[in-house]
Design a protein. Structure first.
Length: 243
């Protein structure tokens, strides 16, 4: 199994955790992100070509899943903002970012500074609002042999009293087009990469990802639907092709 190993003392200078291959099974990678509108991409493969690639995954290939609105049903930053009583303020910042009025980094700073998610707030939120997983994700993960170590996401930094201080800006997931840069790193160890997700930042990962599968099981983003060669509404559709 491949996995991403985090060495706190020696983080890669390029802004992501060191990706270290340790054996030769298929790899499933989880990539969390905060969405803004990126460039249009989506790869050059047709629907049939992506389906054939999906069917013929080998021990040198990787599958990457988005988190919010794909593996889980919600956009967690919005739910946490609602829980903290600042949902409207955070939503307003998100809309400014989506329209291109402010940059991705500025939007992320502003949203987290509004929420100020202390460790206790996050803990309370998780206890009262556990993640709502999308249907049938477990069979996909089981089939591909997912490792919990294969997760790229933003990291919040707390102060000595466990209040929100900032976030790790060196990680690609906190930067514009970060998912694409993660795909670049992963592609060094895999022949083919398939990215599955609901958002425009997922769409733009192909290339360097070999193929992209759009997912609309929780929310349909017309921009992604129109530009994805293969678009599904349920993970069962992926399993049916495998069978």
């Amino acid at each position: 199994m491949y996995y991403n190993q985090l060495d706190n003392a020696n983080k890669a200078r390029n802004g992501i955790r060191k990706y270290k291959p340790v054996s030769s099974d298929q790899s499933l990678v989880i990539v969390g992100y905060f969405q803004t509108m990126p460039q249009v991409r989506g790869g050059t493969l047709s629907r049939k070509q992506i389906q054939n690639l999906w069917i013929s995954l080998s021990n040198r290939d990787a599958v990457c899943f988005d988190v919010d609105s794909t593996i889980i049903r919600d956009e967690d930053i919005d739910r946490i903002a609602d829980f903290a009583g600042v949902g409207d303020r955070v939503s307003a910042v998100t809309k400014r970012a989506m329209s291109g009025e402010i940059s991705f980094s500025v939007a992320l700073h502003e949203r987290l500074n509004v929420i100020k998610p202390s460790r206790s707030l996050i803990s309370d939120y998780m206890q009262k609002h556990p993640p709502r997983y999308s249907q049938s994700i477990k069979p996909i993960a089981d089939y591909l042999g997912v490792s919990q170590d294969n997760v790229f996401c933003n990291e919040i930094i707390f102060d000595s009293e466990e209040n929100y201080q900032t976030f790790d800006e060196s990680l690609y997931t906190s930067q514009p087009h970060g998912k694409r840069r993660i795909m670049d790193e992963i592609s060094r160890y895999h022949n083919n990469i398939i990215m599955i997700g609901d958002g425009a930042t997922d769409l733009e990962t192909a290339p360097p990802a070999t193929g992209f599968i759009g997912y609309g099981g929780n929310v349909v983003r017309e921009f992604v639907k129109e530009n994805a060669s293969w678009y599904v509404y349920h993970f069962d559709e992926l399993l049916k092709v495998l069978n």
